[in-house]
Design a protein around this ligand. Sequence first.
Ligand code: GUN
Length: 286
Amino acid sequence: MATIIDGKHYAERLRAEIGRQVVQLREAHLVTPGLAVILVGEDPASQVYVRNKARQAREATMASFEYRLPHGVPQEKLLELIERLNADPAVHGILVQLPLPPQVDAERVINAIRPDKDIDGFHPVNVGSLATGGDGTVPCTPLGCMMLLKHHLGDLSGLRALVLGRSNIVGKPMATLLLRENCTVTIAHSKTVGLDEECRRADILIAAVGRPRMVPGDWIKPGATVIDVGINRIEENGKARLVGDVDFDSAVATAGAITPVPGGVGPMTIACLLLNTLEAACRQHG
Ligand code: GUN
């Protein structure tokens, strides 16, 4: 049976440490890290994420600013708000919750955020920094996955890693981080031929495709470390529940270690958002 990687517990410890550093920063430099979160529209899942991000920022004694804009908001209004937050010295990190409604060009919005306040690590300056080994902001979910992997495995050098999914938010930055740790990295996606065989070769399997229970246990190399990024809402036996991209019940018999859903990667993403906000505040007042 696989070891269950307890992301919830790890994230709680990380948030407690961040909280201590926030207090130290305030005492030493009279600065309180400030996180601004913008939600456009009423998507229920996004509302839950944004509420949790703001609440956990407050629990770490950061300043938290929440902006809720209607679904039909013109792009110019959103860009104006970002300009205002870019210039606000109390705001060190700006997060625009994705996805955005169709009248808004997400790329323009991301590009409008000051790179040093882009605590998502989505701005091209930060994407380029990650690709070239710089010290820009790293996207929160891949950063959280990497912390869990290193905590569990230690040195990742030479291990074969398969990243299932090629999104800008998770798949691509995840692959870059694994490469940085000297893994041999494959990125698989919807057009990959022989996906089951690709998965069976992997010592580390990162599933980030958003398809419930897509990876069955018999695709997993015995003893492999499985990081399940999927958060899929399904209905089962008349009840709503969350499941990952990996079929947990069959995978747990083959894998060496696996993250559960919920309680695995999800809590780490928010903890890393707070970490990125703290680091942004330190840099802006360095
Ligand atoms: N939507 C889903 N994941 C994310 C994330 O990491 N950041 C933002 N801004 N939106 C998201």
